[in-house]
Write a protein that binds this ligand. Sequence first.
Ligand code: HEC
Ligand code: HEC
Length: 317
Amino acid sequence: MVVAGAILTLAYFTVFLPRQQPAQDIKVAMTPENIERGRYLAINVLQCVDCHSERDWSLYGGPPIEPVGAGRSCMTKDTEAAGVNAGQANFPGILCIRNITPDVETGIGGWTDGEIIRSVREGVDNHGSSLFPIMPYFIYRNVSDQDMEAVVAYLRSVEPVTSVRPQKEINFPMSYLMHLWPEPLDGPVPMPDRSDRLAYGEYLAVVARCEFCHTPKDPNSMDGFEGRRFAGGMPFFLNGKVMYPMNLTPHESGLGSWTKEQFIQRFKMFAEPMKVDPRDNTLMNWNAFSGMTEEDLGLLYDFFMTLPPVPTELEPI
Ligand code: HEC
Ligand code: HEC
């Protein structure tokens, strides 16, 4: 019985998972507005470029190195947490952050627009295979259709780079569990109305992954702790050093005493990357975020100020 159960379970994982739907039949408009919006999103807001490029850890925030988008060295069980997020250390197998330039052989040049959109928001590649959830598709499912099309227009507009990224090899049981995560969207994702300042600020706080890094999570389920959304305190590791994302609620231990100007300034001060001892670097993408508009940073601040104030509690290491 136990053996039959195990076989059925494995069959379920390989036959019925990952859940998926056909990629949309869509051709994005390669207008200058779309490409510009997509560039802003991919570099400064969604951090596609930060993750999918090698980084210069001698500069604060680790700005990406040219050619950007061509992928990044692979994570293995020996990897020191050198900059994606805490999940990069001790990786169970081999995972390479892939080349997302439009090179046909080694990048995504041969994918349809619909396949790229599906991979970013629903977590399956052009063949319908699961992407490992370090690729934050479970967050990007909140990216609106309009913004997603702009990102694709930008990705198509850059120079193709030949850069072979080896295929992943994920160890058991992760090799099975990863198929549980991809999930098709069940309808269009509308763009929040920019005149609704709080809704738009919340949209940015989610898709720019402020919520992901700044909400403490149960390490087993990866669900955020009840009542502590944006309250910070989850440990991140870089080069053996621990750092805690700040509490972004308006509690006095969080953003309580910060003015909007201070908040915006805190980002803008990193526009020119500063030299830093790599051991004192940070996993907060300061350089990328410094390119966000003052308007968008202000919307983030206004949204954070509406959150219930929650005291900071540092999670155990
Ligand atoms: C936290 C790091 C991270 C961020 C941020 C990120 N990615 Fe990824 N991405 C990955 C990893 C890791 C993979 C490889 C997953 C795998 O092979 O299973 C990947 C895979 C992909 C793939 C599949 C490529 C292939 O050849 O299979 C595409 C397309 C992609 N990412 C596009 C994007 C876009 C567009 C964004 C921004 C909206 C983005 N990524 C942001 C880490 C990231
Ligand atoms: C990849 C994880 C990650 C993401 C994404 C992220 N943060 Fe952070 N953040 C951190 C870490 C780690 C720190 C603590 C180290 C530091 O201050 O650089 C931090 C620190 C901060 C600080 C404190 C600065 C100070 O003076 O102490 C602010 C403010 C902040 N983040 C805001 C944001 C906002 C707003 C977003 C979304 C636009 C965001 N963060 C996205 C990880 C992240």
